[in-house]
Design a binder for this molecule. Structure first.
Ligand code: NAD
Length: 292
């Protein structure tokens, strides 16, 4: 197998997800529903500014209406929560996303809990997060769902596989662990206190790293033929890179996601899918009311 054929093209998978939405988008519009997403950006974190821009571009490509509110980093928590409540009450808005991280004075959990579970296209509201346990959530968090879609797209089975996930944040590692458990994989969840992470990574059929520590994992940590999903996005020597030292990993793996161009674009495409699902939910509710 050539090294080139091992590289998973996240942009291609993202475009396919976006294209798959076009039928539902046309259906919504025919029925008078213009799908829309509202993004709130607090402060000027350069990475956040780029992520928000990527989301706006994807919305434009798909034909989803997008609007953005930008606040300075000294906004109070109450002011932000008031804005979210106002957006919750606006029937023309289907998806609400507050770009993380937020400044210290704002409790991210309060923000997640304030977004209506019906508009929670990031999938972080405790109601939607809790439903992950049942395998029956309406909005799965975008990065974990993107990773599941990548694995499915590449026809990588999960049953009976040893999956090692490094990083246990509530936006990536934790929900992903449950989602892959629901698919009958055997999960090892590692964190900064694990100690000898190589002991675990060497046994991984599928290794997923989401730490934000550039080049934490080199080829010597990887089992021959493993699938490697690199979620990390960091800067190293002025260049964007992931948690995996790609150059030393590529000879070991059977498949690997690059950074950039791997998990990132798929995450954004899943956000568009969640937005369309939110709009479809509104249309279904409208029709139910009409039938009464
Ligand atoms: P976080 O800081 O909330 O969590 C990091 C996790 O990694 C923690 O559980 C920590 O214990 C673990 N960790 C850190 N260093 C470790 C080490 N040396 N050994 C073992 N575990 C270690 O981070 P996050 O919000 O989950 O983001 C992680 C990375 O993923 C960041 O680089 C972020 O930019 C990136 N990210 C990418 C996408 C995407 O769409 N591609 C989406 C979300 C996050």
């Amino acid at each position: 197998m050539s090294n080139e054929s091992k590289i998973i093209d996240g942009k291609k998978i993202a475009r396919e997800i976006e294209l798959s939405l076009s039928k539902n988008i046309a259906f919504l519009k025919k029925n008078g529903v213009i799908p829309s997403i509202t993004v709130i950006l607090v402060g000027e974190n350069p990475a956040s500014v780029i992520y928000v821009k990527n989301k706006e571009n994807a919305a434009k490509r798909c034909g989803i209406l997008s609007q953005k509110y930008i606040y300075s980093s000294d906004i109070s928590e109450n002011e932000l929560l008031r804005k979210i409540t106002e957006l919750n009450d606006d029937p023309l808005i289907h998806g609400i996303l507050v770009q993380l991280p937020l400044p210290k004075q704002i409790n991210e959990y309060s923000v997640m809990e304030t977004i209506s579970p019906n508009k929670d296209v990031d999938g972080f509201h405790p109601f939607n997060a809790g439903k992950i346990f049942t395998g029956n959530s309406y909005f799965y968090p975008c990065t974990p769902l993107g990773i599941v879609k990548i694995l499915d797209y590449c026809d990588i089975g999960l049953e009976g596989k040893n999956v090692v996930i490094i990083g246990q944040s509530i936006i990536v590692g934790k929900p992903l662990s449950i989602m892959l458990m629901n698919r009958n994989a055997t999960i090892s969840a590692l964190n900064i206190y694990t100690g000898d992470i190589k002991y675990w990574t060497k046994r991984a059929d599928i290794l997923i790293s989401a730490t934000g520590k550039p080049h934490l994992i080199d080829g010597s940590f990887i089992k021959e033929g493993a699938v490697v999903i690199d979620v990390g996005i960091s800067r190293f020597n002025g260049k964007i890179c992931g948690d995996i030292n790609f150059d030393t990993a590529i000879d070991k793996v059977s498949k690997i996601t690059p950074v950039p161009g791997g998990v990132g674009p798929v995450t954004v495409a899943v956000l568009m899918e969640n937005t369309i699902n939110a709009a479809m939910k509104v249309l279904r509710r409208q029709r139910l009311m009409e039938d009464m």
